[in-house]
Design a protein around this ligand. Structure first.
Ligand code: GLY
Length: 599
């Protein structure tokens, strides 16, 4: 994609023609960055789902930028090549390790609800609207947090001007990137909603057709939007003409008059955009077998839920268990921590959230005694009370886990100085709200669908109901692990609520089961979220392990693909290892600055 030579132009012209004919396209240029799932070397590392995005980050590191600079360049490029997962129309969470101070800090760049939002945002006549109708609507659009996150990160830790960091992404948007099978499949999955929005249709269904694999996809409107942000700063998204365009698109969604779909408007105002601020709360922290595990505090449930599960699992030597017992423990710890997540975690600005108590070892011990090696807990499992931990106790208020889509993207970066960024960002559904801001080249999020549309169970308090200026509970779990104050590992994943189980499984696969990071990422996944059945990827579904686990009372359903993790690891010899998926989402992209040579 980055290839700039005449060869690339010739290829682009040919592929452009092929888009309209629908004919098979030639393979991408040989000098386009290739996807590899693992890379080892010096000078810093980047892992993301996309080779052009990783290459953008590596170019910044090579030019002397630090991990934050590179993370922003990578994220901006993902907004071009992964526009259905993330972009300036969405939000996310960034966790940063500062090598100079040895501190881990975070930025909460979550989208926020309009000031007028109430608990009944997604209800009509006292009844929740269908999820799909909330998903494709102006109603679900929160104030984007991604541009403000970039500014906050650059102000705090960056070394390069935003304009410089946006340049690779702007070029990528202007010159185009090579369509792969994943991009085409994601477009196809959205075709039915995209066709109802003329601006979205024009951009993502050129000529009314799906983009052809191998063709070049250009987004000149997004290139111009990035150029505008480069000139004016990220504040341009929050006040002025671009902000006005966003407000207009939310309040009067630009739907084809011929469309039969009912598209509800939202109540976002210019004042809502102007009022947006990122938050800088402390990271979550637990001690896990002598390592310090840091992640995202509420409004994300990632840090508390992964952390509580790790605390529960810490009481067992996972390295010594059979594969079935290991998975059983992982599933049960996930079930318990999801029960607690549902009852206790929401936006802490809207109600009190017992973050510290959920992460106390005393509380985990009071919950871990529920796990038996020869039996399975029943879901929905009642939450415990972290404020008054009682051995094996629970409240009487079981509630199921509310629905969340599986989407989003994660990138992980380390630099030569030892700074690390773990950054998960999203527009919520794959394809977000399906609303492209006219003339601006990016999709708006539908993040507010991460709120509960109604209490998860009658009479059970639900901390995740919508409210004015509130942030919907997230599952994003960007994680950094330190050993004696120095980073050894950073991971994260997309996947809605499965993010939590994917990050947890990757951490224990690597730390406890001794899998190399890329194999811990590759391992077939299970995901239990306080539901009657646990999701299994096909490799586990088709394995004899399933029968063994069913013998313990576990019940399963299939999920073809769970998560798309990336990570970096500091090897004992000082080299960085970047790791990504081998096959999920078409495989990820791991890169280092110098694969050979010396520090
Ligand atoms: N929208 C995905 C998440 O926040 O977890």
């Amino acid at each position: 994609m980055r290839a700039s030579a005449a060869r690339q132009l010739a290829f682009a012209a040919l592929a452009g023609a092929l888009v309209s004919t629908g004919a098979a396209a030639p393979p991408p240029p040989a000098d386009a960055p290739q996807k590899v799932p693992v890379a080892v070397g010096y000078g810093g590392a980047v892992a993301s789902v996309d080779a052009d995005a990783s290459a953008a980050g590596i170019a910044v590191l090579r030019a002397g930028g630090n991990a934050v600079d590179a993370a922003i360049a990578t994220a901006a490029a993902l907004g071009v090549t992964e526009p259905y997962s993330a972009g300036i129309g969405g939000g996310g969470y960034l966790v940063h390790y500062d090598a100079a101070t040895r501190r881990v800090q975070t930025i909460d760049g979550r989208e926020t609800a309009p000031a007028t939002a109430t608990e009944t945002l997604f209800q009509e006549n006292g009844v929740p609207i269908p999820f799909e109708e909330g998903q494709t609507s102006g109603r679900s659009v929160g104030v984007p947090g991604t541009p403000a996150t970039w500014k906050a990160a650059l102000d705090a830790w960056g070394t390069k001007p935003l304009a410089q960091l946006l340049r690779p992404a702007e070029k990528l948007a202007r010159d185009g990137f090579t369509v792969d099978a994943t991009f085409r499949a994601q477009t196809q999955a959205n075709q039915d909603r995209f066709k109802d929005f003329p601006d979205t249709r024009k951009l993502f269904l050129p000529g009314g057709q799906l983009p052809v694999v191998g063709s070049t996809f250009k987004n000149p409107d997004l290139a111009a939007t990035y150029a505008e942000l480069a000139r004016k700063g990220t504040g341009a998204l929050y006040r002025g003409p671009l902000a006005d365009d966003i407000v207009k698109a939310v309040r009067r969604p630009p739907v084809d008059p011929a469309a039969t779909r009912k598209v509800r408007s939202g109540d976002l105002t210019a004042a809502d955009l102007r009022a947006y601020e990122t938050r800088r709360q402390a990271p979550t922290h637990i001690d896990y077998r002598g390592l310090d595990v840091y992640s995202m505090a509420p409004s994300s449930s990632g840090g508390t839920t992964v952390g509580e599960a790790l605390n529960i699992l810490e009481r067992t030597d996972l390295s010594k268990l059979s594969e079935a017992q290991y998975l059983h423990r992982f599933i049960e710890a996930s079930r318990i921590s999801f029960a607690d997540r549902g009852r206790w975690v929401g936006d802490p600005a809207a109600q009190s959230v017992p973050t510290r108590e959920l992460l106390s070892q005393r509380y985990a011990d009071s919950r871990s005694c529920l796990i038996r090696p020869d039996a399975t807990l029943t879901s929905p499992l009642a939450p415990g009370d972290p404020l008054h931990p009682a051995p094996c106790g629970g409240t009487a208020q079981a509630a199921p886990t509310t629905y969340e889509g599986e989407n989003t993207t994660h990138l992980t970066v380390a630099d030569r100085w030892g700074n690390v960024v773990s950054y998960t960002l999203t527009i919520e559904s794959t394809g977000g709200s399906a609303i492209t801001v006219p003339g601006r080249g990016f999709l708006l999020n539908n993040e507010l669908t991460d709120f509960s549309f109604a209490p998860a169970a009658p009479g059970v308090p639900d901390p995740n109901l919508p409210g004015p200026g509130k942030r919907p509970r997230s599952s994003m779990s960007p994680t950094i692990v330190l050993d004696h104050g120095r980073p050894v590992l950073a991971v994260g994943s997309p996947g809605g609520a499965t993010i939590i189980t994917t990050v947890l499984q990757t951490l224990i696969g690597h730390l406890d089961r001794g899998l190399p990071l890329v194999d811990a990422i590759k391992a077939p996944r299970a995901s239990q979220r306080n539901q009657t059945t646990t999701e299994l990827e096909p490799a586990l579904w088709n394995s004899p392990l399933r029968a063994e686990l069913e013998g313990l009372g576990q019940a399963f359903r299939q999920n073809p693909e769970i998560g798309a993790a990336t990570g970096v690891q500091r090897l004992p010899d000082g080299r960085w290892l970047a790791a990504a998926e081998t096959t999920r989402r078409g495989g990820g992209s791991a890169m280092v600055v110098r694969p050979q040579g010396r520090p």
